[in-house]
Design a protein around this ligand. Structure first.
Ligand code: URA
Length: 433
């Protein structure tokens, strides 16, 4: 039997050497079984962050994480099983809209998502702002719900993708998120546990994404496409812009409200455009005809919203929030941040909008932090818009008045206004297969 020493493996990666499959497997397994401390695994993650991993190491890491738990067998579900995942953004509530929408078209969506990560929001935190909503279903509950309504939205559990559950929470608070091998292993280990036929990835690029440059964004997309392909899952990626926050609202319960608005046909165009683009690819993989027209019909007839209602009901949430937003935790105290001069909005530091949400309590600074689902922001302007002096740029929602005032001051630095007109950003940048 070969003896593995975790310190030696960390040192080896720190010094830029490649790790073997067995070494990676050992480290992931020890950490998942609580035999390796957070501080040692954090050191390993930081070593990977700086030294990177080649494709084989990334695949070995993904595979060790995937097999840390149960790989689902959904063969008794006859509907095509297709899922979507985003690499993370600010105001990105697309999964909440897309899962019930696509399920209402006949696709089975066994969605395993994550919590907030770094400066980005997480589907689970958003859903859990609905009073009573449970994201920790057992494998049996997950499967039963899929059989019943064709969609369930859960998190990594002790049964499914437990390694990602632990590693994800640690990366969130150790500045080790924006690494191609770590993101690819995290996403694909969850998704390949779902017994999928197809997967569509929303790979975000820009200041509010983990990948700021287009070249790196494509590299991340190609890495995940290759991993999916090797596992026999038809994997597509759409590169979308994340220089602006997506939609008008940012913050957990505020994004649930925006989700319901979109499902009622009243949501902002940018959210709808990204959702429909991803959903269309899912229908194509599923060989369901009708494309965009079918998706739009499901919104107009209310079938997509009905599916969302069923998800909330079956997962223990208070369905009354759908018709009565006052049942959601939304901060009452609001502060408007106004433009100090007239001109065109040249740039938004979307990364810092995400960080300011974390500062308000909408994300975590330590693993054990409880988040405040009620705080957030409403966007009034996007890049390229004209602004008058004193016009509102963004509104802060927080019942912690002193924090809200600090965030309001910081927020002035997020917006760059110049005299010269500039273009609005194109949302869909490339579709990769
Ligand atoms: N989404 C994930 O699931 N993992 C990451 O690392 C980034 C986004």
């Amino acid at each position: 039997m070969v003896y593995y020493n975790s310190i030696e493996i960390i040192r080896k990666k720190r010094d830029g050497y490649k790790l073997t499959q067995k070494e990676i497997q050992f480290l992931i397994s020890e950490y998942t079984k609580n035999k390796l401390s957070d501080y040692q695994f954090a050191a390993f993650l930081m070593a990977v962050y700086f030294q990177g991993m080649d494709f084989k190491e990334t695949t070995d890491m993904m595979s060790a994480m995937l097999h840390s738990g149960t790989v689902l067998n959904l063969s008794d579900i006859k509907r095509p099983k297709i899922d979507k995942h985003s690499t993370g953004g600010v105001g990105d509530k697309v999964s909440l809209i897309l899962a019930p929408l696509v399920a209402s078209c006949g696709v089975c969506v066994p969605m395993i998502s994550g919590r907030g990560l770094g400066h980005t929001g997480g589907t689970l935190d958003k859903l859990e702002s609905i009073p009573g909503f449970k994201t920790d279903l057992t494998v049996n509950q997950f499967k039963n719900q899929l059989k019943k309504i064709g969609v369930a939205m859960v998190g990594q559990t002790v049964e499914i993708a437990p390694a990602d559950r632990k590693i994800y929470a640690l990366r969130d608070v150790t500045a080790t998120v924006d690494s191609i091998p770590l993101i690819a292993a995290s996403i694909m280990s969850k998704k390949l546990a779902e017994d999928l036929e197809g997967l569509v990835l929303d790979v975000k690029c820009g200041s509010g994404a983990f990948m700021k440059e287009y070249k790196k964004t494509k590299e991340l997309a190609q890495t995940m496409i290759q991993i999916g392909k090797r596992s026999g899952v038809k994997t597509r990626a759409i590169v979308t812009d994340m220089n602006n926050p997506l939609g008008d609202y940012i913050g957990n319960s505020l994004e649930v409200i925006e989700t319901i608005e979109v499902l009622q046909g009243r949501g902002p165009n940018d959210v709808l455009e990204v959702t429909l683009a991803l959903a269309e690819v899912m229908l194509t993989i599923a060989k369901i005809r009708g494309g965009r027209k079918l998706l739009e019909k499901k919104i107009v007839t209310g079938e997509a919203l009905d599916r969302f209602r069923e998800i909330v009901k079956l997962q223990g949430g208070d369905v009354r929030i759908i018709d009565d937003y006052s049942r959601l935790p939304v901060a009452k105290n609001k502060i408007k941040v106004r433009a100090q001069k007239k001109g065109y909005l040249q740039n938004i530091d979307t990364f810092n909008i995400g960080m300011l949400l974390v500062a308000l309590g909408g994300g975590r600074v330590k693993k054990e932090d409880l988040i405040d689902p009620s705080c957030g922001f409403k966007m009034y302007k996007k890049i390229g818009d004209h602004v008058e002096k004193n016009e509102c740029l963004i509104e802060i929602y927080s019942d912690n008045e002193s924090k809200a005032r600090i965030v309001a001051r910081e927020m002035q630095r997020v917006f760059t206004i110049k005299k010269k007109p500039c273009r609005h950003k194109a949302l869909i940048r490339e579709i990769l297969t």
